[in-house]
Design a protein around this ligand. Sequence first.
Ligand SMILES: NC(=O)c1ccc[n+]([C@@H]2O[C@H](COP(=O)([O-])OP(=O)(O)OC[C@H]3O[C@@H](n4cnc5c(N)ncnc54)[C@H](OP(=O)(O)O)[C@@H]3O)[C@@H](O)[C@H]2O)c1
Length: 302
Amino acid sequence: MTGRSQAGLESARKELGNEALVVSSDARSLTDIDALAAQVKVEFDTFDLLFVNAGFSIPTPLDSVTEAIYDEMFNLNSKGPFFAIQKLVPLINRGGSVVLTTSVANVKGLPGQVTYGAAKAALRSFARTLAAELVPHEIRVNAVSPGPIDTPILDKVFPDKNVAAEVREKTIGMIPMRRFGTSEEIGKAVLFLAFEATFTTGAELPVDGGWSRFEFDASTANGQPPPPSSEEPVMARTPNHSVPEHGRFRRALAAVSAILQVMDSTNFDYTLDRIELLEQEVGRLKEKLRQIPDPAAVDAQV
Ligand SMILES: NC(=O)c1ccc[n+]([C@@H]2O[C@H](COP(=O)([O-])OP(=O)(O)OC[C@H]3O[C@@H](n4cnc5c(N)ncnc54)[C@H](OP(=O)(O)O)[C@@H]3O)[C@@H](O)[C@H]2O)c1
C-alpha cells in the first residue's frame, strides 16, 4: 500500500499490521515508482493484484485551466498510473490482474472536470489496450469507475464546508439510488474484478448508483411524463450578451479563488510563481467585473 501523507501511512500501518508493506511513494513520481517496484521485488518477489487507485480532481472550468492544473491532473491521474503499471506488471503472477480506478467523470460531461475527466478517460483506454497486450501473459486488466463515494475526497476538493455540503446535496439529487456509495462497495467491485471475474478483461465496471447508465428523473420514474414546464428550454434561448458576460467572469473568479483555496489546503508542490499567476488572474477578473454592469444590480435599481 502506498500513500504520501504521514498520517495516512501511519493509520494504514496500524490497521493492516506487520504483514503489510506500507510505503511512502508519490504516485506522480517515476523515481518513487521505480523504488517501489524494487522494494516490492525484494519483499514479495511476485504478487497477484495491482490496484492503481490514487487520484484527485481540481474542478476547473475551461477558461481557468492553467498549465500547472493540466499537468497536475494528468501526472497524478494518467502518467503516474501508466508507469506504475509498466514497472510493476513484470512482477504479477500469471492469472493475476491489474485494476485501475477511473471515474464516472470520464463518460459524463461534468462541468469543471475537463482535465480530470480526460485524464481518467486515458486510464479507461489503458485498461482496454493493455488488456489486449497482456493476454499472452495471462494477466487481466480492468477498471472500476466510481460515482460519488463517501471518502475524504469531497472535503479536499471543496475545502469550504458549505460548498462541500451544497455539492453533496446537489449530487445526491442526480444519482438514481439517491445516495453516495461507500469505499467497501468499491472494494468489493475491485476484488470481484481481481479474483472472481476470471473471464473478464478490458472492462470498466461502473459503481455509481446507476448515474452513468441511464437518465433518472424522480417525476418520470413511475412512467409518467414530467409536468409541463413554463420555462423556455435553455438551448432555445436567444443569446443575451451582457448577462452571460457578467456571469462568465463571476464564475471564473469563483473558480480561480476556489483553486487558490485548494492549493492552500493540500500539500501539492505548487511553486510560488504559479500561485502568483493565479492571484494576478483574480485581480484581472475583479477589474473586468468592475467594468461590466451587473444585470442583477441594474434590475434591482429598476
Ligand atoms: N470519492 C469519489 O467520489 C470518487 C469518484 C470517482 C473517482 N474517484 C477516484 O477514486 C480514487 C480514490 O479516491 P478517494 O475518494 O478514495 O480519495 P481520497 O480519500 O482523497 O484518497 C486518495 C488517496 O490517494 C492518495 N494520493 C493522492 N495523491 C497521491 C500522490 N500524489 N501519491 C500517492 N498517493 C496519493 C492519498 O494518499 P495521501 O493522503 O497519503 O496523499 C489517498 O490515500 C481516486 O483515483 C479518485 O479520483 C473517487
